[in-house]
Design a protein. Structure first.
Length: 874
């Protein structure tokens, strides 16, 4: 496979103004008739051949303006169809046959639990019909779906239903019209025996919109939260961005087999059932919040993505980065804002930093790719969102909103670029964003080395910042970036933010400084007392900031910083320093000693309870093993696990009564609700429980057992079950797992959790469990959720067992990737990620991991897996 390059972009030779589709559905032989109204692109010369994309299509008929084409007038190639000579404007008719039931890649038209559904982004539409499958070809669509009246009573597509009727042989049809021009990646079709929940809203300008969530009958009781989230999201986008919905009908459909979380098809969002269904007994608080965020994300795409779309797939972050930023702000407004930020950053610094430091690192706007399916990454989504957040903070909300209005108005109905977006922000704010644009083109995580001194004699604080971005594949040299750093100086005596004066200008007590050069010095004057600097507040830029904090300074910031996010971060930094010592002790075989400063910091948190409960729960959570690993020059999974367990148990022993008090004070019998206060209370209680169970005394174990048996809600049940299963008390864990597994055998989303809980167990039997569970009747390699719940959870969340020194963990992953490469290349290419990180480990493990990558490479590979494995071995 050959890479394609951004620099080769040209507008399409022909555009399609209107597309008429007719689907005659059958599992192994669906007929698709397409009538395309085509015209030459004004910027391209006349006489060029018409090239259409098409994969795995059996062509049955082809005609131009009603005249069937002779065999010498067109050519079928591996990737599509070429018509040698076409008029300036014409009507192309084709008919193809496809086999949805054989489609395990879940791209194009496929079947899930017997129902038909589609996934077209990025390049799935070419598996449905011959078409210019690129986002800069935008057409109105009219779609007729014909199905069996009994098996497929419900026939859905984009837009509004305009006609329906009976047909001979027990068939029926519905015709849908979508008046908004769209690229084919936003096309959708659903057909099956589905039931709906309906609601409605009236938009700000008075349009009545019907809202429908379509599910299988047994899931009708799991849609309330998604519907409520959708309504909140619609209101929020009106209020915050002035964006209104533009059709009379908005539909969400839940399907079990889905590669990603969900898809923003115009008027017909298709969701992974895991991203839409919730019930207090089947979904955790985290799942409720995820559903709310994803429902909002897909809805927000209606403007940021659909009305204004991407010119080409290199611009993917144009819609994804902006839309993630929008959904993050929505969730922050609806829930605890500081906790939302803490969760985002904790995840980002673990997973995106690792991606940006590995062999698949790429800029937020890549300049080449082999398989676009491999670029739905944390970099495109989350780093893209961080860039938009920086933009918003740089220009200020008012200018950002003006820029966003300008963007939506100017480019409505068009396919545009990242320059178009940033250009609107520059115009609206008058700022020069030229240097800022480097964030889009330069891969890798910038590192800032900072140091500072307080000058008593002159009452001044001198802060020196130096930036560098490490080399990434294909980008050896990096330019300095424009890095906004929000900061405060916290007085060590007053314990307050001091007034900031920089170059004679008063900046208030919380300000943003701009690091644009490689090295810059900032001299704050009139600093009345010695401060501890609180840097990068709110994670104001996606960078690694190093400052030589003393542990006392970190404890001080953890207690007194006015910025909630940095208070949390100071605690994390303090814990990491203590963990570093313990990791070294473990490696050197010396006795581990707990740093008393960490114990005192935790005691302070538990006794003062100064923060809101949700923040406190985060503050009491130790950095994850993955995040600790991210900080180490060489990852020693066993030492990390041992050190973290030691810290946890030491804290539990020293502060047992405090944890017990917090646990008991936050018990509640109130009926479950996913509202922020309840979630906060549960999080705090469950963090306390995790400490109490970590030392495995009878009392702690009994609490977990009672919580499991009380069966109050999934959050509590799952936490209790996880703690039991991850303890050494098999005598209690095994019966609990059995009870739970039997009770929920009918519910695939709960069984996913049942799988994950078991395979993330840190004990040495985990790998055998994975193998055993792969034969469980509820497991299936063709269902992406199951693959993620079992294989993904094992390789991503069970480091000590995945990295076994006998290489069995690596082998299991490689075997699975090889099998999935044939079934579902997109999922296979994602799954292989942990092996690509081999450079982070010791030589023995490196050799084992590379050997497995080589073994994968020796297979006949999909472009997806090929691209990832080649990069990993380059
Ligand atoms: N836009 C979809 C991405 C699906 C692409 C999968 N190949 C999901 C989202 O970001 O909303
Ligand atoms: Zn998206």
């Amino acid at each position: 496979p050959q890479p394609i390059h951004l620099s080769d972009y040209r507008p399409p030779a022909y555009r399609v103004t209107h597309t008429e589709l007719t689907f005659d559905l059958a599992p192994s032989a669906t007929r698709v008739k397409a009538r395309l109204h085509v015209e030459r692109h004004p910027e391209r010369q006349a006489g060029e051949p018409l090239m259409l994309d098409g994969e795995q299509l059996a062509l049955k008929a082809i005609a131009i303006d009603g005249q069937p084409l002779g065999e010498d007038e067109y050519a079928l190639t591996e990737g599509g169809l070429t018509v040698h000579r076409v008029p300036e404007a014409f009507r192309l008719d084709t008919e193809v046959e496809i086999a949805p039931e054989a489609n395990t890649a879940l791209e194009g038209l496929y079947q899930s639990n017997g129902m038909y559904c589609t996934q077209c982004e990025a390049e799935g539409f070419r598996r449905i019909t011959f078409y210019p499958d690129r986002p800069d070809v935008m057409a109105t669509f009219s779609t007729t779906v014909i199905g069996d009246a009994e098996r497929e009573p419900v026939l859905l597509s984009n837009g509004n239903p305009v006609e329906r009727g009976e047909l001979p042989g027990g068939r029926h049809f519905v015709t849908w019209e979508d008046p908004y021009p769209k690229p084919c990646y936003l096309f959708a079709l659903v057909a099956g025996d589905l039931k709906k929940v309906e609601d409605s809203v009236t938009t700000r300008s008075g349009r009545d919109v019907t809202l429908q969530i379509w599910v299988e009958e047994e899931n009708l009781d799991k849609t309330d939260h998604a519907m409520a989230s959708l309504k909140r999201a619609m209101r929020w986008d009106e209020k915050t961005y002035g964006r209104e919905y533009d059709l009379d009908l908005f539909m969400i459909v839940a399907v079990n087999d889905f590669n990603m979380g969900a898809m923003e098809n115009k008027g017909l969002n298709i969701f992974n059932s895991a991203a839409v269904l919730t019930h207090p007994h089947t979904a955790t608080d985290a799942a409720f919040q995820r559903v709310e965020g994803i429902v909002a994300h897909e809805y927000f795409h209606n403007w940021s993505g659909n009305r204004v779309t991407c010119r080409d797939w290199f611009q993917l972050s144009l819609k994804e980065g902006f839309t993630v930023f929008r959904d993050q702000c929505f969730s922050a407004d609806t829930n605890s804002a500081p906790v939302k930020r803490i969760e985002e950053v904790a995840f980002f610094r673990t997973a995106q930093f690792a991606e940006d430091a590995g062999p698949t690192a790429h800029p937020v706007r890549p300049d080449h790719y082999i398989e676009i399916g491999n670029f739905y990454t944390l970099t495109i989504y989350e780093k893209g969102a961080e860039i938009v957040r920086m933009l918003c903070n740089l220009v200020g909300w008012e200018a950002f909103r003006r820029g966003s209005d300008r963007y939506f108005e100017r480019f409505d109905g068009q396919a545009v670029t990242i320059e178009d977006f940033v250009g609107c922000m520059a115009e609206a704010s008058g700022l020069d964003l030229t240097q800022f644009m480097r964030w889009y083109s330069q891969a890798g995580t910038p590192e800032i080395d900072a140091h500072g001194e307080y000058d008593y004699a002159n009452a001044a604080y001198r802060l020196v910042l130096r930036q560098r971005t490490p080399a990434t594949p294909g980008q050896p040299d990096k330019q300095p970036l424009h890095i906004p750093i929000r900061l405060g100086l916290v007085g060590t005596k007053s314990r307050r933010d001091l007034a900031l004066t920089l170059d004679g200008e008063a900046l208030g007590s919380d300000a943003v400084i701009h690091l644009c050069d490689e090295e810059q010095e900032f001299l704050f004057t009139d600093v009345s007392e010695a401060p501890v600097p609180s840097l990068l507040r709110g994670f104001s830029a996606p960078v690694k900031l190093h400052f030589p904090y003393a542990r006392e300074d970190l404890a001080f910031l953890q207690a007194h910083d006015s910025d909630g996010f940095n208070r949390w971060d100071a605690g994390q930094r303090l814990a990491l320093l203590a963990l570093d010592d313990l990791i070294a002790a473990h490696r050197n075989g010396v006795e581990k000693v707990m740093d008393p400063r960490v114990v005192e910091a935790f005691r302070g948190l538990l006794t003062l309870e100064a923060d809101d409960k949700a923040v406190l729960a985060e503050m009491l959570t130790l950095p994850s093993e993955a995040y600790i690993a991210e900080q180490q020059p060489l990852v020693d999974v066993d030492a990390i696990h041992a050190a973290r367990t030691f810290v946890k148990q030491s804290l539990a022993m020293a502060l047992r009564d405090d944890f017990l008090r917090v646990f008991e004070a936050n018990q509640s019998e109130a009926p479950y609700s996913p509202e922020p206060e309840q979630i906060a209370t549960r999080s705090l209680k469950n963090v306390a429980l995790s400490y109490l169970v970590s030392i495995e005394d009878e009392a702690g174990i009994a609490l977990a057992r009672e919580q499991f048996e009380a069966d109050h809600n999934m959050t509590d049940v799952r936490q209790a079950l996880t703690l039991l299963v991850h303890s050494s008390r098999e005598d209690l864990a095994d019966p609990a797992l059995r009870v739970f597994g039997e009770k929920w055998a009918h519910d695939p989303l709960v069984m996913d959790q049942w799988f994950s809980i078991q395979v993330t167990r840190p004990h040495s039997d985990a790998l055998d469990r994975v193998k055993f569970l792969m034969d469980h009747p509820a497991f299936s390699l063709t269902n992406p959720n199951k693959v993620r719940a079992l294989i993904g959870a094992f390789t991503g969340q069970n480091p000590v067992n995945f990295h076994r020194l006998d290489g069995e963990g690596y082998r299991l992953l490689a075997d699975t990737v090889i099998e999935l490469n044939r079934l579902n290349p997109e999922i296979a290419a994602r799954l292989v990620t942990p092996l690509t990180r081999w450079a982070r480990f010791d030589e023995t493990r490196q050799a084992l991991m590379k050997a497995e990558l080589e073994r994968i490479r020796a297979e006949t590979l999909s472009p997806n897996v090929y691209e990832v494995v080649e990069k990993a071995l380059a």
